[in-house]
Design a protein around this ligand. Structure first.
Ligand code: AMP
Length: 192
């Protein structure tokens, strides 16, 4: 089992690079953002709760998010080869919970791909995406809040994973192919 966390600010290219990584490694993809947007589209109870947070650019509370992730992993045979975690963890308690969940399965986070892009480029990308995505959170006010939340709650995970020797810093600007090749080179040494 090989478990990869794709980490970075909103707009850093996590979804784009995850799609390439799925093709390359045949791993199961869990995007917590997509999962929540699917609930919102289906107007489930969880979707209604999630929308309150997402539309403001805030994070879903840890306990709820961890429960959702655990339910997605539990008894899911498609995760047997390993998972690409895209957008999870986003806080230290989530990272600790992930370590525990994987440990119970005799597995671990094998590597963290950290996509690093400067704020100006992030904002440009998110505004551009907002023109097409129809996402309620791709507008200037919510983008600013999401970047604040990222810096406050999520960025500390970088040090968390550096300390564990798992963090791979990747320059997330440039062509999609070049970024992907860089990731692939970094991950070679982490795969058995
Ligand atoms: P994303 O598609 O990854 O940019 O996520 C969109 C939004 O979903 C975020 O701004 C949060 O409101 C929510 N979300 C996604 N993943 C998480 C998470 N791991 N913890 C808390 N909230 C999350």
């Amino acid at each position: 089992m090989y478990n990869l966390v794709v980490f970075g600010a909103p707009g850093s290219g996590k979804g784009t690079q995850s799609a390439r990584l799925i093709d390359e490694y045949g791993l199961y993809h869990i995007s917590t953002g997509e999962l929540l947007r699917d609930h919102i589209a289906r107007e489930t109870e969880l979707g209604k709760i999630a929308n309150e947070y997402i539309s403001k650019g805030h994070l879903i509370p840890d306990a709820l998010m961890i429960e959702i992730l655990e339910n997605t992993l539990d008894g899911n045979p498609d995760t047997a080869n390993g998972v690409i975690f895209d957008g999870f963890p986003r806080t230290i308690p989530q990272a600790e919970a992930l370590n525990e969940m994987l440990h119970k399965r005799g597995a671990r986070v094998d590597a963290v791909v950290g996509l690093e892009v400067d704020d100006k480029e992030l904002i440009d990308r998110l505004l551009k995406r907002g023109l097409e995505s129809g996402r309620s959170d791709d507008n200037m006010e919510t983008i600013n809040e999401r970047l604040n939340v990222y810096n406050r709650q999520t960025a500390p995970l970088r040090d968390f994973y550096i300390t564990q020797g798992k963090y791979h810093s990747i320059k997330g600007s440039g062509s999609i192919d070049d970024i992907f090749n860089d990731i692939r080179n970094h991950l070679k040494s982490t795969r058995k």
